[in-house]
Write a protein that binds this ligand. Structure first.
Ligand code: NAP
Length: 305
């Protein structure tokens, strides 16, 4: 009989906690990274039901987990059960990555860094001094706004349906990082002018995500300004209508797959104290693109952490 020997007493344990978890691609992402890097680690999805968050974290600590991700709906609540939190995660108000260092739990938010790395790598451009328009004011927008402010963009204009949420994010930036954030209602008269003035427009609401691929965050026809860069955190479909419209007008466009991959890489680098090489990152992009889009441009069974 053949002995299965891939997991031993020395194997490092990683995982993700959330509810639901069935469609998460994080296990594939992290286990593939460990395989490429020759690291003896395994990453397991842990479904944690309502009311079980504290017990699950104590349990993970008890079995000496090296680190774990946190996804919906626990990114905020997990802060109550960890020992320390990065400044960025504290400002964002959400932790998606925890590392166990000698029994103490340290919390990070890698969504911000994931976005920043993806933007820089995929556009070949920096962010310093840029005027950014951020559509939406949910969890993804909050992380991106804080990340952008630390990158010293010159202005962040947050446009959202519920203006109080946009105002809250602007307040976090202006009161803690620098006075660069403004906020507008989607319905305001200025919104269209503000959109035209940005160097970069980032879409964060899930408008346009599969299966509602005809939805857009702004009304078309809309004439973008030359040389604007459009970034959509959605990666399914690969090109939302928002991106397609920009592409038709000759703009540079980026979808959210890079953010998804780089937030995972950032978490892995924190856990393992390694720097993942460009060559490995390229292999991971190819492998995950193949997994997510086996030739048809949309994916039905994956979500993001
Ligand atoms: P969220 O916290 O629920 O925020 C949703 C945002 O979308 C809010 O600003 C909300 O406006 C707006 N919105 C929703 N429906 C709308 C509608 N019909 N019209 C106008 N605005 C609407 O969600 P989230 O966590 O930020 O996630 C948003 C998207 O980002 C999801 O598609 C998620 O998959 C994606 N994401 C991608 C990555 C990645 O790595 N690529 C990472 C994180 C998230 P109100 O405030 O007015 O409700």
């Amino acid at each position: 009989m053949e002995i299965v020997n891939s997991i031993t007493g020395k194997t490092k344990l990683l995982g993700v906690i959330g509810d639901p978890l069935g469609h998460s691609i994080s296990p594939q992402l992290h286990n593939t990274l460990s395989r490429y890097l020759g690291v003896d680690a395994t990453y397991v999805p842990f479904h944690v039901g309502k009311g079980q968050l504290e017990y699950s974290i104590k349990g993970l600590l008890a079995v000496n987990v090296l680190g774990f991700n946190i996804t919906i709906p626990y990114k905020k609540d997990v802060i109550n059960y960890i020992d320390d939190i990065s400044r960025e995660a504290a400002l964002i108000g959400a932790v998606n990555t925890v590392k166990n260092i000698n029994g103490r739990l340290y919390g990070y938010n890698t969504d911000a860094a994931g976005f920043i790395r993806s933007f820089k790598e995929e556009t070949g451009m920096g962010l310093n001094g840029k005027k950014v328009v951020l559509l939406g004011a949910g969890g993804a927008a909050r992380a991106i706004a804080v990340g952008l402010a630390f990158e010293e963009v010159s202005e962040i204009s947050i446009i959202n349906r519920t203006i109080s949420k946009a105002a809250e994010i602007a307040g976090i930036i202006n009161n803690n990082i620098s006075m660069i954030a403004k906020y507008y209602s989607t319905m305001s008269l200025e919104a269209s002018d503000i959109l035209k003035q940005g160097d970069i427009i980032i879409n964060t609401p899930s408008l346009g995500m599969y299966p509602h691929i005809d939805k857009t965050p702004i009304s078309f026809p809309f004439e973008f300004t030359d040389n604007q860069i459009l970034y959509d955190v959605i990666y399914n479909p690969m090109r939302t209508r928002f991106l397609q419209e920009g592409e038709k007008q000759g703009l540079k466009i980026v979808n959210g797959l890079g953010m998804l991959i780089y937030q995972g890489i950032q978490a892995y680098e924190i856990w393992m104290d390694v720097k993942v090489t460009d060559e490995v990152i390229k292999k991971l992009f190819n492998a995950l693109s193949h997994l997510l889009f086996p030739g048809k441009g949309t994916v039905e069974n994956a979500n993001v952490e």
